[in-house]
Design a protein. Sequence first.
Length: 124
Amino acid sequence: MDIQLDIWVRGENHATTAVIEPVAREPRAWTTNDVSAVLVGMLRALERAKFPEADQDRPVSLRGFSWIVNPFEDGGVVIALELSLGAVVAGPLDIAERALSTMIESAVAGERASALRTGSDTVH
């Protein structure tokens, strides 16, 4: 499934757009793993916008960013992530706001628990 992104890199005067395809399922059928893949895709797209030469398979941890799920004016919702590097917005997505928020919370909590178990210090 194609997911439209709007990307703004801090310090630049314009936004760019991109498309990611991290999952095959439609948003209403997403699992927590699908949501994790979407978040990783969003973070990688933001990094590529700032550093085009960055390794596309570099490890990504779901820590160190703020997120919100907001209703979109024409229907659906958007996911917005903000980091010191900039911001990225995905959507609109056809899924209930609360369901998506719950899956994001679960994905981030799962990542946090995994990092505590392994002692990982990778933060993105």
